[in-house]
Design a protein around this ligand. Sequence first.
Ligand code: FAD
Length: 425
Amino acid sequence: MAVSEIDQKVGESITTVAVIGAGVVGLCCALEAQRKGYRVILFDRDEAGLGASFGNAGYLATELIEPLSNPQTLRSALSLWLNPKGPLFLPLQYFSRIVPWLLRFVGASAPEALRRSRTGLIQLNREAIAAWQRCLEDIGASEQIVKSGYLLVWESADKIDAARQHQAWLRENRIETELVQGERLAELEPELAKTVNHALFFPDACRVREPYLLCKRLFAAFIDRGGEFIQQRVTQVRPSGHRVTVSTELQDYSYDNVMICAGAWSKALLSDMGINVPLEAERGYHLTIPAAGSMLRHPIGSAERRFVMGPLDSGLRVVGMTELGGLKLSPVKGRFDVLSYHSSQLLPGLKNQGLDVSEWMGHRPTLPDSLPVIDQHPQYPQVVFAFGNQHLGLTQAAVTAELALKLMQNEASSIDMNAFKVSRF
Ligand SMILES: Cc1cc2nc3c(=O)[nH]c(=O)nc-3n(C[C@H](O)[C@H](O)[C@H](O)COP(=O)(O)OP(=O)(O)OC[C@H]3O[C@@H](n4cnc5c(N)ncnc54)[C@H](O)[C@@H]3O)c2cc1C
């Protein structure tokens, strides 16, 4: 196949960067590369923003600094799995394929590994909002983030000590919360079920107005700034010398640099370059109820039911489920029913209303230690990786992009990047 002429270096001073994947991480990387003066070409097999970035909860969850694999999760895993209304599913068809990943996941809960992951998450999450503000201010889209506050709720009165312990632990990590009950809780969230006994209120928490619209806004700014979008599926990335060939189903292109931001699909692209990374697709589900958008004032997380719901421009969004089922299985109808059940338990106004609901399932890109890969190819530094932000890809997209571009430009960063190396497994 011929290498496209159009994508060769334009003059001597403009260096090309191809970004593979137009999810929220790839879009932030593409814009950050433009800010650094590169000529950027963005590839996606779909239109921008239709992967996991389309249907997330829209919550900037900077307080989630505990890795997914920790002794407490592992202790409760079996009961969560066996509970038909629980949040954890391991489809039998996929079980034998997930076992090696699960073993690594268990290994990631060992004390030293856990400490390393927690430090990595703290570092990324502390910078996350400021990085988003820089990104959005630069493109005149600051209104896409709102300071919404967040409520983490418990129904069992005997879990008040759990809330207090969690609050103390968060404070040690410089995250302030208020323990709320009774009238104060009702004032904050009038339509919440009276069965909710107490909650931690995070007054500084932020959310986006609508995840998909955010992606469209980022994409529009990228195009306005001269970015090129190629809607083709990338089949292979082949670095050699100082260049990189990007092959799609239609043709080959050649660039100076490539950034792999293909979310849960990144594994195959790395595997063709001889790099094996234990990336899994952690399937999550959502319901969006357009007519119920004003029922809640804040995003709400249930500590016991383990799901999140909150207001977006498109309506009330209810999200949850951790289904380790890979990239190919179809969504399972029963998961939507579980989300519907839990949301109506916490928000009685949803019961029996016959409201229109849209359903969606997406793939979170998750590594066993809950940290992303933000790194360069060990032999070909012109290939940069930025993927694997698990449940926090929206939260961490802008900071991930800043760090990835610093790597590409050999600039030091204030964050210790060793935790995000592709060779750590
Ligand atoms: C139900 C649910 C709720 C969530 N809620 C939140 C939340 O509230 N807050 C938060 O921070 N995070 C949340 N997340 C996680 C977050 O959505 C993801 O971590 C994030 O969207 C990942 O972004 P990404 O750009 O890496 O991947 P994606 O958005 O999946 O984008 C990857 C892109 O790469 C493209 N692609 C893949 N392979 C190829 C190829 N070979 N050629 C061309 N294109 C390719 C895909 O088409 C896709 O557009 C949630 C996730 C789910 C599923």
